[in-house]
Design a protein around this ligand. Structure first.
Ligand code: C5P
Length: 221
């Protein structure tokens, strides 16, 4: 019984303003993809990794994994149009006898083994998804296109969620089989009626979206 990790790295990253896909933009000396890949490969929890690369970038992704000496990479496949399509492509490489599957955004390089352990543990209690999250501390408002406030949303019980997200492999397969899309995998599992638990995330699991995010993550390496 093994834990498989799907590293989704097929996003275009248009908001970074680079002509390369986000996963291959430089973070320090190496492509962004290197840091989360190395951390998953080093994790005591992870047995096997599937890398989902931007279409046409499978070979550079494999070469990078070899250069880093990542021994757990079992497959590298091309991603799809949406994040859910990319997860579907990665999940097709995961065997049915896997104990659990972790899905992680390559755009969150600062992954730790503590967070991986925290999302895997509750699966033993029968949860169909476990996600790391942070309670919202700012005041939240819904704002119209003219900048006008439409509503102040009560923040009690509101959390922002991150990756890695953990699932029993059959629960994630059922959730993605319908062809639906969502901004995270847990959303697909919830839509399929699955029970999802939130555990404490990590403020350092920042997601790289803009050039400023990239500089911030680079300063934390
Ligand atoms: O676009 P967003 O920042 O939400 O993407 C989150 C993660 O999903 C990133 O690591 C990105 O590479 C991945 N992704 C993907 N395939 C897509 C879109 C996003 O693998 N079509």
């Amino acid at each position: 019984m093994s834990v498989w990790a799907i590293l989704v790295a097929a996003g275009r990253g248009e908001r970074l303003g680079s002509d390369q896909p986000k996963a291959f933009v430089k973070l320090g000396e190496l492509p962004l993809l290197a840091e989360p890949l190395r951390r998953l490969d080093d994790s005591e929890w992870v047995d096997a990794i599937v890398v989902v690369a931007p279409p046409g970038w499978e070979e550079p992704a494999i070469l990078l994994a070899e250069e880093l000496g990542c021994a757990k990479v079992r497959a590298c496949v091309a991603g799809g149009e949406t994040r859910a399509d990319s997860v579907r492509a990665g999940l097709a490489e995961v065997p049915d006898d896997a104990a659990a599957v972790l899905v992680h955004d390559a755009a969150r390089p600062l992954l730790t083994d503590e967070v991986i352990g925290r999302v895997l543990a509750p699966l033993a209690d029968g949860w169909e998804g476990v996600v790391p999250g942070l309670p919202v501390s700012d005041t939240v408002k819904r704002v119209g296109s003219d900048g006008g406030v439409e509503e102040t949303v009560a923040r009690d019980g509101l959390w922002t969620v991150q990756t890695p997200q953990a699932f029993p492999v059959d629960a994630l397969r059922r959730a993605v089989s319908g062809g639906a899309d969502a901004t995270d995998c847990a959303g697909l599992v919830e839509a399929a009626g699955g029970r999802v638990k939130v555990v404490p995330g990590d403020p350092l699991l920042l997601k790289v979206t803009t050039a400023e995010d990239l500089a911030r993550v680079a300063s934390l390496l």
